[in-house]
Design a protein around this ligand. Structure first.
Ligand SMILES: Nc1ncnc2c1ncn2[C@@H]1O[C@H](COP(=O)(O)OP(=O)(O)OP(=O)(O)O)[C@@H](O)[C@H]1O
Ligand SMILES: [Mg+2]
Length: 268
């Protein structure tokens, strides 16, 4: 009998670029780990290897090496003593779309074997609605869409949600409002998006949490240290911890569903 899946996979996506996906994914990883969870953080951004930079790392191998002899264990970079690893992939992701069936199956097999050892798989995505971003956004069990209170972020995130909903049959979206000046501003931004989704897509979306604008985020980026480490008591770190707790509760609540759902629906 095959072992039931226990891993909850979550993509961190956004319509507009530069809204804080990579910082949130990375620090959410540290918060989840701090709360005793195990996880893999996968860089699924097509463009720049942002996670490497935020961590001050230059990994030797990436996802593409898995197409050769490398095992997933050779490729991952430990981010903590145990239970938290980073899988670099940025430079290889675009090419993965072109893979033929056999190679893709081999890769997916190696990835599955790795992912299923952990409680969570977090994917940091590129921004926008390119076909590869959409495929990556549709694969995991859950999606966090990061928005900011700016009007352009709202229209772009609505566009992303709309395409995923209408073309990829995805209907579960969790929203994080980032860089909010106040809870009131965050609520109002979320409400505007929620109303549009309800009205035009008949789609309810949920507010997962709010991360306030915090100068320590920028400061930590400058030091190439995640803000959960650099300034563990700053506002953004407290906000992220709240979100991590909610995600842990969600995994417990969704346990039965997770055990019956593949970690990644199909690779691209
Ligand atoms: N809560 C916050 N408070 C202040 N600044 C923030 C916050 N979140 C993110 N930033 C700033 O926004 C910048 C962009 O963040 P990040 O690289 O995580 O965005 P992204 O959505 O991953 O971008 P891309 O779309 O290019 O991948 C960071 O360098 C950081 O300075
Ligand atoms: Mg990014």
């Amino acid at each position: 009998m095959t072992e039931a899946n226990k891993t909850l996979s979550i993509a961190v996506a956004s319509g507009k670029g530069g809204v804080g996906k990579t910082n949130l994914a990375l620090n959410l990883g540290f918060a989840l780990h701090e709360l005793g969870q195990t996880l893999v953080l996968l860089d699924a951004d097509l463009g720049l290897a942002n996670l490497d930079v935020l961590l001050g790392l230059s990994p030797e191998k990436n996802l593409q090496d898995l197409l050769g002899d490398a095992t997933a264990e050779n490729v991952v970079v430990p981010l903590a003593k145990e239970g938290f690893v980073f899988l670099p992939s940025a430079s290889g992701v675009a090419e993965l779309v072109e893979l033929d069936e056999d190679v893709r199956a081999l890769l997916l097999g190696k990835l599955e074997a790795l992912f299923r050892q952990y409680d969570f798989l977090l994917l940091d995505l590129g921004a926008g609605i390119s076909p590869t971003v959409l495929s990556f956004a549709a694969m995991p069990q859950e999606r966090i869409v990061v928005i900011t209170p700016e009007p352009t972020s709202l229209t772009d995130s609505y566009a992303l949600i709309k395409v995923l909903c209408t073309q990829h049959q995805v209907r579960n979206f969790q929203i994080i409002v980032n860089m909010a000046e106040s809870d009131k501003e965050a609520k109002s931004a979320f409400n505007r998006l929620a109303q549009a989704c309800e009205r035009f897509l008949t789609l309810p979306i949920s507010l997962l949490g709010v991360v306030h604008r915090d100068p320590m985020v920028t400061e930590s980026v400058r030091h190439q240290v995640p803000f959960m480490k650099f300034a563990p008591t700053c506002q953004a770190a407290q906000d992220i911890r709240e979100i991590a707790k909610k995600i842990i509760e969600r995994r417990i609540k969704l346990r039965d569903l997770i055990s019956r759902t593949p970690i990644l629906k199909s690779l691209i």
